[in-house]
Write a protein that binds this ligand. Structure first.
Ligand SMILES: [Zn+2]
Length: 312
């Protein structure tokens, strides 16, 4: 029998990409589990990437701590962990390509200058009014590199949230891909990294839904394939309110013996994702709970609405 070629049998490649700016919390557990189940239930690969580009915010030791927590919870990732902080040359190359193609330009505006002119602040921040689009004004120095967006609506079908559309000109305008005194922007880095790794399935928290059209826009500019997107419901506080940075600073592992309680925590996360683990799994090991989750995963049962995390 002939073996199928790689293109005929294209495997799912998913990933989990936390920022090591604080320990793994319940929201990151949900994103880890959701991305793992979606990839593994399709027989695919699951990669791990540390989004540690914003070095001043990265807390030393946290990345290793996250890996240790994931291991205790029974997660096994494929391949080597990718660290964005070691991939600057690829982001630079991508940004330079955009400059060469006249799709990116130097901007010398300060935040307050933009705030004065911007017609409105949008969910995604201030809409850049295009001051430097036709050349850096002589009195200004370069502060950032912006990519040009055109008057078009970017739409995609999210596997959980449904159809999502954004008019880039109206919601953000030409957006920053690099700051002169800082790292390459998140949008540029994730697009470059996902393409380099062949990632074709992005499962992550719904807080990133609004940034997806900018990433799809960059994928089109670079002629990369657009992955499938699934944005998971967010974990809220018990009162339904959005979790704060302080809440996120509380480690998942704090006050817990993951060797003992890891299975229960994963079963609770399965429930949060709309899955129906049997009561018998409450006492199971993390590996057993993950095994059940992969075998019984039903993406269509994942709710859209944010909710508190209820521990079983
Ligand atoms: Zn400007």
């Amino acid at each position: 029998m002939l073996k199928p070629t790689a293109t005929e049998n294209q495997s799912v490649i998913g990933r989990f990409a936390p920022s090591p700016t604080g320990p793994l919390h319940l929201g990151s557990l949900v994103a880890a589990l959701g991305s793992y189940l979606k990839a593994k239930s399709a027989g695919g690969l699951w990669y791990l990437r540390m989004e540690d580009l914003d070095l001043p915010r990265v807390v030393p030791g946290i990345a290793d701590d996250m890996l240790a927590t994931l291991e205790k919870l029974g997660f096994q990732w494929d391949g080597e962990v990718v660290y964005q902080s070691r991939r600057n040359e690829y982001y630079r190359e991508a940004a330079e390509q955009l400059v060469r193609r006249r799709l990116a330009y130097a901007c010398g505006c300060t935040r307050s200058e933009i705030a004065q002119i911007a017609s409105a602040a949008h969910d995604e921040g201030l809409v850049y009014p295009g001051i430097c689009r036709d050349g850096l004004p002589p009195e200004k120095v370069e502060r950032a590199l912006r990519v040009k967006v055109y008057d078009e609506v970017v739409s995609f079908e999210d596997c959980i949230m449904g159809r999502y559309s954004q008019h880039l000109t109206a919601s953000c305008g030409d957006f920053v891909i690099h700051r002169a005194d800082g790292p390459y922007a998140y949008h540029l880095a994730v697009v470059v990294d996902d393409a380099a790794a062949g990632v074709n399935q992005v499962v992550r928290g719904a807080d990133l839904l609004g940034s997806t059209p900018r990433q799809i826009y960059l994928q089109r500019v670079f002629q990369y394939e657009t992955p499938d997107y699934c944005h998971l419901p967010l974990v809220t506080g018990p009162d339904g309110a959005k979790l704060s940075k302080k809440d996120h600073a509380v480690s998942l592992a704090a006050g817990r013996d993951l060797a003992r309680d890891g299975g229960l925590l994963l079963a609770s996360a399965l429930r949060f994702l709309g899955q129906a683990p049997p009561a018998s799994l409450k006492d199971a090991s993390p590996a057993e709970v993950l095994h059940w989750g992969v075998a019984n995963f039903d993406a269509s049962a994942i709710p859209r609405a944010s909710a508190p995390f209820v521990e079983l």
